[in-house]
Design a protein around this ligand. Sequence first.
Ligand code: ATP
Ligand code: MG
Length: 437
Amino acid sequence: MMEAKIETAETQNKAPRGVRDILPDESWKWAYVLNVTAQTMADFGYSEVHLPIFEHTELFSRGVGDTTDIVEKEMYTFVDRGDRSVTLRPEATAGMVRAALEHNLCGQNVSSKLWCWGPMFRYERPQKGRYRQFYQFDAECLGLSGPVADVEVIALSVEIFRRLGLRNLEVVANSVGCPNCRPQYRKVLIDYFTSKKNSLCKTCIERMGRNPLRVLDCKVPNCGVVADSAPAIYEHLCDECAAHFEEVKAGLTRLGFPYKLDKRLVRGLDYYTKTAYEILSGDLGAQNAVCGGGRYDNLSESIGGPHLPGVGFAAGFDRVVLVMEQQGNSFGKRPRTTVYVVAQDDAARGVAQILTHKLRMEGISAEQDAGDASRGARGFKAQMKSANKIGAAWACIIGAEEMAQNVVTVKNMTSGEQTSVPLEEAANYIRQQETQS
Ligand code: ATP
Ligand code: MG
């Protein structure tokens, strides 16, 4: 095994390259996006599952494909202490199909609509919108082979983005055919690329024979020019794939979704079949795909399962948040603390502690000065400052007078208005005021 590099003083207190912390200023936005996603998934009949973060390496080499960038050079693979090769999941589809097979979620004529979300891992060159640990939400419709399922999956992704307020998106679609029609298209493509060999990059020349479809999505500019003039697969589909593609397109039109055909959009593997699509954002620069998906009728067999058709998508969580921020979209209201409980003097601290806990038990978010006499318990003014700083809507002030009368002074932090409320009534009073505002 390769000798691992040891961290140096410079790196030891930093997260590894390409991974990042999602801090409070951002995490509340993630919660919003996740909520909207979960609700939309439910509205489309998808049930959530939690999948393992690592799987047997073989699942991905067979289920994603060993001529893909992911398997060739991006996987975090290691040998565990039991000498098994395991891999941090680079994507979710293979795991989802594995789980469906393992737990028999799709019997004969039984389909399953499943979704999940979470971190994925790929060893890539980190850039804006491209990380080594990134997050996806992912929907998979298993057991249905008809074009209605493809349209529903595309509609689901479009609807999530509509609810999130994303603008300037484009749906691009293609069909990658099936094992019936692809061999013939491969020949046409190899002939074409052979005639243009001098303009292709080294990787493409190497790939050409093994997997000519991959040349179509090469990012090298010269290869792109060649690929732009390549014969389109949708002109070489068998009758079944052609009819399927026509119905998918008709379905998109029926639902009023504009789309563009893109003959260079491929997933050049045998078990990807028929529909392939992406949703691109005009506001992301180079990393412009927010979502990619398609049909994979032969994936189950490729990982050793029975025939099980499927169609699904994966969307990049980090990129969705990035676009929303760039477009100035709403993330709903940032959760804030409703009440700051202020003790006017040390004698009031015990009552303040009880009130804070009672408010919290009532589901009203409350904060207090958690210092104590030996560790910088702060005075009245400093506490009021904290109340302001955290944006509390109310301050509940307790001092000697309040204690004597068993009341609390409730201050509206926006208007400055103060009211005296019986201690027992404080939670009710605040709740009432909050629902009125
Ligand atoms: P790309 O062309 O951007 O590399 P991909 O084709 O590798 O994307 P998929 O495997 O289809 O991506 O994953 C679906 C989505 O996940 C992408 O559309 C993107 O939004 C997101 N995604 C993929 N890789 C990353 C990454 N390294 N960092 C952040 N998001 C990513
Ligand atoms: Mg990629």
